[in-house]
Design a protein. Structure first.
Length: 190
């Protein structure tokens, strides 16, 4: 029986090693810049402070030197001046990346998706993203991922969702809310 299993295990091991790694998952952590909300002229400015974040990317490498992925990240920020509610910010994006052929595996990425704001009320808005990064392989099925990712969230010209109207009279003015993230993670290929 053992003599029958040994060749089968060798064959399966050889097939697993010969098959290219096409799917990947990347857990990451990072730091997000503050968000400045333009308030009405008669109220003080409100902003969400810089904060740590976590996220997860699930993707597939393409035949071209690139990849497609679904990316999720979340941060919880304090609102300043002090508000009773914290701002939870979640991004869910579908992105494509183009990788250069180098040992550092530099890449550029663009994506579209949704931004979920949750404070006094909850608001879901469309957003865009651009990123640059590197993804050098540490082992055959393990890579380091370091990137800078910029988001632009499209908002209503007169949104109010960050604080209780009884406590503050903040309305977001503008149409694009930018934010920058610096992320670091490990990519597991399978």
């Amino acid at each position: 029986m053992k003599s029958c299993l040994a060749p089968l295990l060798c064959l399966l091991t050889g097939l697993a090693q010969a098959a290219p790694a096409t799917w990947y998952v990347t857990p990451f952590a990072g730091y997000a810049s503050e968000l400045d909300f333009n308030s009405q002229e008669d109220t003080p400015g409100l902003h969400a402070e810089s904060a740590g974040l976590w996220g997860l990317a699930l993707g597939r490498q393409t035949d071209d030197p690139g990849s497609m992925e679904l990316l999720f990240s979340q941060q919880v920020s304090r609102l300043s001046p002090a508000q009773p509610d914290r701002l939870t910010l979640r991004y869910l994006h579908f992105a494509g990346a183009l990788h250069a052929d180098s040992w550092l595996k530099p890449y550029v990425s663009a994506g579209v998706g949704l931004t979920h704001f949750q404070a006094y009320q909850s608001k879901l808005r469309p957003s865009l993203a651009l990123a640059v990064g590197i993804q050098p392989h540490l082992a055959r099925q393990l890579a380091l991922r370091a990137e800078l990712r910029g988001y632009g969230t499209l908002i209503d010209d007169d949104s109010q969702f960050l604080c209780d109207p009884q406590q503050c009279d903040l309305r977001i003015q503008g149409e694009l809310l930018p934010q920058l993230q610096a992320n670091l993670g490990l990519t597991f290929l399978f």
